[in-house]
Design a protein around this ligand. Structure first.
Ligand SMILES: [Zn+2]
Length: 293
């Protein structure tokens, strides 16, 4: 079993936190996934179940005034980016939203525990120091103030982490779409033949990370190209420090900024144009006349 993981780490403000690549294999080995049963469905969770997104009972550990807005946010994002749930349904795949112990500094992570990226999970840390919405908002705000996370509007602070994790999922959907092109299919076949030569799960995990980062870099370059064209800017100064650690995290950070801010950064607006081109996106498109100002 391989593991593609991008963890959204909590920054402890002391500059020595090891953000970026967490050892996903160890998270997968220690996971309680097998014991985690489906939550009873009602309202919002029922809607998500119909989109092949399954909420697990372990999320009962999370504070309700945080988790309910998170669920509503996922519902909103799957309606906006309709292709996300279309792909899950077309491939008869599921995504689980779970809670588990992820260590002190990991806020949440997105894991695909199979090399075809079919088994997906958003895992939220149940050891969170913050036990209610107010504390989550304060923590998120302090990460933003330190420049480590992207900006979110006040009423969306509670949803920043879940939106970031969903951003990793959007990257995976783009990768799935790429497989349908000749070049993308070759890249994937090459990746799979390399996986077959691996002898340890650690080697597989490394390959999965490299492949995923390679794809993220391709998408990020396209976003930067749009950014140059639309804004005449070269720089990436409006990406958080966390987003600068890898292009996978840059993608998720920009996605979080784009979907938790009424006025996102110019680079996040460029991502919006990129997603409009590559995705079925519902709702208003970016106003190109306005963004040049
Ligand atoms: Zn991440």
């Amino acid at each position: 079993m391989g593991g593609r993981g991008s963890c959204y780490l909590n920054f402890n403000n002391s500059n020595n936190s090891t953000a970026g690549d967490v050892d996903i294999t160890s998270i997968l080995e220690n996971t309680n996934e097998d014991k985690d049963t489906l939550k009873k469905y009602n309202g919002k969770t029922e809607k998500l179940k119909n989109k092949n997104i399954h909420i697990k009972e372990s999320t009962d550990n999370l504070p309700e005034d945080v988790f309910i807005p998170n669920i509503k946010k996922i519902d909103h994002l799957t309606r906006k980016y309709v292709e996300t749930s279309n792909i899950l349904k077309a491939k008869n795949q599921e995504m689980a939203v779970r809670s588990d112990r992820l260590g002190t500094y990991t806020e949440a992570c997105f894991i695909s525990s199979s090399t075809d990226f079919s088994s997906l999970q958003i895992v939220l840390n149940k050891d969170l120091k913050h036990s209610n919405r107010k504390r989550v908002e304060e923590n998120t705000q302090s990460q933003i103030d330190s420049g480590y996370w992207m900006k979110s509007d006040k009423d969306q602070l509670v949803n920043q982490t879940i939106t970031h994790e969903f951003g990793h999922y959007v990257q995976r959907v783009l990768m799935e779409k790429d497989k349908q092109t000749k070049n993308g299919n070759k890249e994937y076949s090459d990746f799979i033949s390399n996986v077959k030569n691996c002898t340890t799960p650690k080697q597989v995990a490394k390959l999965v990370r490299t492949y995923s980062e390679y794809k993220a870099t391709k998408y990020f370059k396209q976003i930067q190209r749009i950014h140059r064209k639309e804004f005449g800017k070269e720089s990436i100064e409006d990406i958080s420090r966390y987003g600068r650690e890898s292009n996978r995290e840059a993608f998720a950070e920009l996605f979080a900024n784009l979907n938790t801010c009424k006025n996102p950064t110019s680079l996040a607006k460029s991502m919006s144009i990129f997603l409009d081109k590559n995705f079925i996106v519902k709702g208003p498109k970016v106003d190109r006349d306005r963004i040049k100002n």
